[in-house]
Structures are given as C-alpha cells and as structure tokens.
Design a protein around this ligand. Structure first.
Ligand code: IMP
Length: 195
C-alpha cells in the first residue's frame, strides 16, 4: 500500500518522512492539488476531511495521512484554535497571525497558559483512525527568537524559560505536539500497511 501525505507543506513532508521513511509521497506528487474546505469544528474533524478527500480521489491502494494543528489560548476563549492558520483573516501571513495573538494577549496580560494540538488522521480501505498530541506552556505578549515557525516566537513550553523560536528544532522535536501524535500514528500505519 502506498503511503500518501495529504499536505503540500514542505516542512510537514520533511517531518513525516523522518519518521515514516522516504516511501511516503506528498499527494501533490500524484494528483493536481484541489480545494478542500476545512469546515469541521475540531482539529480531528478537519484532519479527517483532508485525508478522506484525497483517499476518495486516489483509491483503495493508498493509505492517506493528514494532520491539522493549532494553538489554543483559554484566556481568549479558546482562540485561535482551529482558526490558527487564518487568525488575522483569510490569506493572512504567519507573522500577521502571530502579531494578532500578541496584541490580543497583550491587552489582558503579559503571559498566559496555552497549548498546541496536532491531530493526525489515517484513512485506508481498512478504516479511519485519528490520534492527537499536545504541547502545554504559556503564550507571552512579545516575540522572541527566530527559529521555528508560526506562533513559536511567543510560546514558552512548560519546564523552559525560552520560547520555541529561541530553543530551536532539536528541542522542539523532542516535545512537540506533532511529534507526539506521529509517535502514536506510526504503529497504526505500520499495522495497516502490512495487513
Ligand atoms: P494547518 O496547516 O492547517 O494544520 O495549520 C496550522 C497552523 O497552526 C499554522 O498555520 C500555525 O499558525 C499553527 N501551528 C501549528 N503547529 C505549530 C507549531 O508547531 N509552531 C507554530 N505554529 C504552529
């Protein structure tokens, strides 16, 4: 069974290949990209929507993996949550989204609890699975550091004093929501592909 990742994001493709091997293909290597409306009300729902849409186009010989992720700030009523990629509006850049978060948090406090969520969906002829990973910490009302991406310059993981953008990829790989979810997804994928 061919493993396919339902993402065209090169950062995600690299992270998934590290764990699952080079036989994993991005769906854009197989079919032309098409619009998938992510209108579910949870990370898991949106991950499943993406994986199902691509599985339906590719067919039974494929095992499709997708992920959906974001950051949640309880003080902001759960924002940006599933809207993390478009917090500052449709088509907003990662920097604009980060600046909006800093502004909204800064109106209320200098730092507040927050967490990242990653949901990974797996769809194949044997059924559908979803696993999650979380990373807890705090969001601060300023940006520090230049590594990582997205909201990393304002996120301090639990047990650390620096932001993820200051800590860098090696530390992030050990503690991140995506890596925790991938570790759970891996045995399911191995089980399905050898069925
Ligand atoms: P997705 O590509 O639809 O899953 O959108 C995820 C969004 O959540 C990204 O645009 C980022 O803004 C945010 N996000 C998810 N994971 C991370 C992370 O590890 N660091 C920083 N931002 C993240």
């Amino acid at each position: 069974m061919q493993l396919v990742l339902a993402s065209g994001n090169s950062g995600k493709i690299r992270e998934f290949k590290q764990l699952l091997g080079d036989e994993l293909k991005a769906f854009s290597e197989l079919i032309a990209p098409f619009e998938i409306t992510e209108d579910a009300d949870s990370f898991a729902g949106n991950a499943l929507l993406k994986a199902r849409a691509i599985y339906e186009r590719l067919g039974e010989e494929y095992l499709v993996i997708s992920d959906d992720s974001g950051i949640t700030v309880p003080l902001l009523g759960g924002e940006p949550g599933i809207y993390s990629a478009r917090y500052a509006g449709e088509g907003a850049t990662a920097r604009q989204n980060l600046e909006k978060l800093i502004t909204e948090v800064g109106r209320l406090t200098a730092r507040t609890p927050a967490y990242y969520t990653a949901a990974i969906a797996i769809v194949s002829k044997y059924g559908e699975y979803v696993v999650h990973g979380w990373m807890y910490g705090e969001v601060i009302s300023e940006a520090r550091g230049d590594q990582g991406f997205g909201y990393d310059p304002s996120f301090i993981p639990e047990g650390y004093t620096q932001t993820l953008a200051e800590l860098g990829d090696e530390v992030k790989a050990e503690i991140s929501h995506r890596h925790k979810a991938l570790a759970l997804a891996k045995p399911i994928i191995e089980m399905l592909r050898h069925k």
